[in-house]
Design a protein around this ligand. Structure first.
Ligand SMILES: C[S@@+](CC[C@H](N)C(=O)[O-])C[C@H]1O[C@@H](n2cnc3c(N)ncnc32)[C@H](O)[C@@H]1O
Length: 137
């Protein structure tokens, strides 16, 4: 039976800053393939791969690639990233991978536990990589 609706295939990212505040925009870090081209506001990123769902299910989990790009573009190592609707914890995983501090909140206990499992695994992965001198752990 055909579905008479558009297949949902995009997310809208909102970017904002407090008027007058200095914001981070690491344009050079997300523009590496062709430094002379202007970065597009449309990013083509495949949906969440199966290996990112190993710790449990969340209906609107975001791909790590998408969140990594946003965090690399708009924060620096050592910054604090806050995700008030953290769901499966994708932002927390990325924050730990990229050396940012992270605070998140999630109202559904099951999803908060899923986020904790994913973020814990990311932290352990980082420690293991350090112990093995940067090789795949
Ligand atoms: C779109 S999902 C976030 C998905 C997340 N980016 C990920 O990759 O898994 C939004 C989450 O916000 C949670 N939520 C909604 N209202 C909330 C509230 N008032 N306080 C905390 N969490 C809330 C929902 O339970 C849901 O898990």
């Amino acid at each position: 039976m055909p579905q008479f609706a558009w297949a949902h295939a995009h997310e809208t990212l909102l970017w904002a800053d407090k008027g007058g505040s200095r914001h981070t925009f690491n344009y050079h870090l997300i523009n590496s393939r062709n430094p002379s081209a202007q970065v597009s506001s449309v990013w083509s990123i495949p949906s969440v791969p199966r290996k990112e769902k190993l710790h449990g299910y969340h209906p609107t989990q975001k791909p790590l690639r998408l969140v990594r790009r946003a965090v690399v573009a708009s924060s620096r190592e050592g910054d604090l990233v806050f995700d008030p609707f953290c769901g499966s914890g994708t932002m927390g995983v990325v924050a730990k991978e990229l050396g940012r501090f992270f605070v998140g909140s999630e109202r559904e206990e099951g999803y908060a536990e899923l986020a904790a499992r994913r973020i814990g695994a990311a932290v352990r992965g980082g420690v293991l990589r350090e112990l093995s001198g940067g090789e795949n752990a």
